[in-house]
Design a protein. Structure first.
Lengths: 75, 636
């Protein structure tokens, strides 16, 4: 178990637990970032934040502060 | 109109492109989230009895956000005959989630899988029959851009009566369950391989958002935009200006030959025709800027800008999301302000409405173009520098606004879809241009002619009637002189420049129009480059035109906040112009230097007072101290 924000660029991992507040969690879930989905960390922005992830066939940018609260399992 | 068909789907799935194809209109499109923020009706061009409604893009119907509630309210109050659920075929898994939620609407629905041409080109197989069986509704694969199957889609939509059904008898209690239903069948519906466009995007993004190259590329693209606008647009503009001079002379001659009175010649040639000519000369420049902006938006690069700059803007209390309206504002502030609707956080939205008008819109760029030709030898860098001055001002004034409770935002929440990069469609770029030209003709036909005529009246008449060419007796002279004292500290305290600033309220193009009309030698109005630059900065940052102000009023939904915004923008423009002019004076004499030093001391002491007032020990971002939720995070 580790944080999504700590994953290596290019690595795949499975979302275990999303521990952000309920509103943000719903926002993440409806766009497809649900517990159990496999994501790939694509890149970090030039200033280190936000990060871009690949899931369900599309690309999504989220902030480190949110990714910090997402527990993942490396695949 | 007999029947209504509503288009509903995720953001950036191509609803508006479909709407434009169906209705033959030119609604603004873009390759990123949230370009459409208001529902719009249009008539199907092949059968005017059918009304098509384009709804804002949604990811869900059940999270009770403002835009979702608006769509739900609309569907409840005026239930359409049928709903077309538009899906992006290249992003089907995510797009189908909304389809699951549409089941609860219980409205007759047809599913349209958009970008079918791209699926075909990449050898991706879509099982239309299977998808249709799963949801118990017809499925039509379409290409909104190329017009493939769109008429078939409408004829299918007009016949259907069946609502959607949940596939596989599943139950959708949680969002996770919903996605599990989709996962259970997606493999049978679509063979998933990456498309060529996706592979290209991955490669291009490696440079566009590169750790070291990303930011320089952004600066380069911006500078290039203004360079093209100034050079190409400027060159065509010069030809137009010369053309107008020829027309004006010919008209003047024929009027004299016919024995027309002097006032008539001066009004028609000296005022109205000259005004139209001055403003029309900017049209090519504005159009080139709009082409560049359309390419940036429709290629999907705009989302990359938000991605690159999010970290930078966050330190000023803004997110990449509020940067989207700012990029749009570079075309037109009105559309930029409308784009603030995608920001969910009310405080952040308010802040964006306050700050987005700083960005140089097409009309302001025209003013800067004129100034850079008159004072800076036609340098495109001067025009581009205004863009960066706007960014810096957003940063500085954003961090000032952040100190106030009404603008404080929760840190951290930012979700932005990164769209696949696409070649901008020529049709869409042209349609943007057509809209802009129409807009411009309307502006010239109404505001510019009115302003010219009004200026002429005010310039030629005074308290003693007709001035016989003595400007000192005119109303305009009185008005300008009454307000010019305000602008003394900014370096352009003369009546001509003051009047120009005032007419800028109607339309920013009118600023240059006025300067040219009231002064034969505009260069003499500014004593050096600094005061000219200060004037440009004031035009950039001071309150926008009347159209943008009324949009801001709608977005803020409060007269009090609108007043605050106007005062804030005036003060922002005033202080920045003051500083620029002061630097100019400083470089010229000693008294200025001392004055500036004193001001610097005052400013830094104010900053010191603000900084040391009750800050949280742990993160210094707020005044809640130990009670702050984030305190723990920062102390560990």
């Amino acid at each position: 178990m580790m944080k999504l924000s700590e994953a290596n660029i290019g690595s795949r991992c499975k979302i275990i637990k999303i521990d952000v507040d309920k509103y943000v969690k719903t926002r993440l879930e409806i766009i497809g970032l649900t517990e159990g989905v496999t994501v790939k960390l694509v890149r970090r922005a030039p200033l280190g934040d936000p990060i871009e992830i690949n899931l369900r066939g599309f690309y999504l940018a989220i902030r480190n502060s949110d990714a910090d609260k997402i527990q993942v399992e490396s695949l | 109109v007999n029947d209504t068909i509503a288009l509903i789907g995720n953001p950036n799935c191509g609803k508006t492109t479909l709407f434009n194809t169906l209705t033959g209109t030119y609604r603004k499109t873009g390759n990123w989230t949230g370009v459409t923020t208001e529902s719009k009706d249009g008539l199907y061009k092949k059968d005017k009895r059918i009304k098509i409604t384009d709804l804002p893009g949604l990811y869900s119907l059940n999270t009770k956000s403002d835009d979702e509630m608006a769509v739900l309210k609309y569907l409840k109050q005026t239930p359409p005959k049928a709903v077309i659920n538009v899906l992006d075929g290249t992003n089907l898994e995510r797009n189908l989630y909304l389809t699951l939620e549409l089941v609860s609407l219980n409205l007759p629905t047809v599913i349209a899988v958009n970008m079918y041409d791209e699926l075909l080109n990449n050898g991706i197989k879509l099982n239309v029959k299977k998808l249709s069986e799963l949801f118990n509704v017809p499925v039509v694969p379409i290409s909104a851009l190329k017009g493939l199957n769109v008429d078939k889609l409408i004829s299918v939509a007009m016949r259907i009566t069946e609502p959607l059904k949940l596939p596989n008898n599943g139950s959708k209690q949680t969002i996770g369950n919903g996605y599990a239903i989709i996962e259970s069948f997606i493999g049978e519906v679509l063979t998933k391989t990456t498309t060529r466009a996706e592979r290209f995007t991955l490669k291009a993004d490696a440079y566009l958002t590169h750790k070291y190259l990303g930011v320089p590329i952004f600066f380069l693209i911006t500078a290039l935009t203004y360079f093209l606008s100034m050079k190409i647009g400027g060159a065509i503009g010069e030809v137009i200006e010369k053309g107008f001079i020829v027309i004006s002379k010919a008209l003047e001659k024929s009027l004299i030959d016919k024995g027309a009175p002097t006032w008539m010649i001066s009004l028609s040639c000296g005022a109205i025709l000259k005004g139209i000519g001055t403003v029309t000369a900017f049209l090519p420049q504005i159009l080139v800027l709009f082409i560049c902006m359309a390419i940036i938006e429709q290629s999907g690069y705009a989302a990359r800008i938000a991605f690159i700059l999010d970290r930078f803007f966050r330190s000023f209390g803004l997110s990449g999301k509020s940067f989207i309206p700012m990029i749009v504002s570079c075309g037109c502030t009105v559309t930029g302000l409308m784009a603030t609707r995608t920001i969910e956080n009310k405080n952040e939205r308010r802040m964006t409405v306050f700050l987005a008008p700083f960005m140089p819109c097409g009309a302001k760029t025209a003013v800067f173009g004129w100034f850079s030709y008159e004072f800076f030898g036609g340098s495109a860098l001067v025009a581009a520098s205004m863009y960066f001055l706007a960014l810096i001002s957003v940063a500085i004034f954003g961090s000032i606004l952040k100190k106030f409770k009404a603008f404080k935002t929760n840190d951290g929440y930012f979700i932005l879809e990164m769209p696949t990069l696409r070649t901008p469609s020529i049709k869409d770029v042209i349609s943007t241009l057509v809209e802009k030209v129409k807009d411009f003709i309307f502006k010239v036909g109404s505001i510019v002619i009115l302003v010219s005529a009004a200026l002429w009246l005010l310039e030629n008449f005074g308290f003693n009637g007709y001035t016989h060419g003595r400007t000192e007796d005119s109303f305009l002279f009185c008005i300008g002189n009454a307000v010019k004292f305000v602008f003394y500290p900014l370096g352009f305290g003369n009546w001509q420049a003051s009047v120009s600033v005032l007419t800028g309220i109607f339309a920013k193009e009118a600023v240059v129009e006025t300067i040219c009309q009231v002064s034969a030698y505009p260069q003499t109005l500014f004593y050096n480059k600094f005061s000219a630059y200060a004037f440009m900065a004031f035009v950039l940052l001071s309150p926008p035109c009347i159209a943008a102000i009324s949009t801001a009023k709608t977005e803020l939904a409060s007269k009090k906040w609108l007043l605050c915004m106007l005062m804030f923008q005036f003060l922002a423009g005033y202080s920045v112009a003051f500083i620029i002019n002061a630097v100019g004076i400083l470089l010229n004499n000693v008294i200025g230097l001392i004055l500036l030093l004193i001001l610097g001391i005052i400013a830094s002491s104010i900053k010191f007072v603000i900084k040391t007032k009750g800050k949280c020990v742990s993160c210094r971002a707020c005044s809640r101290g130990e009670k702050c939720q984030n305190a723990k995070r920062f102390t560990t």
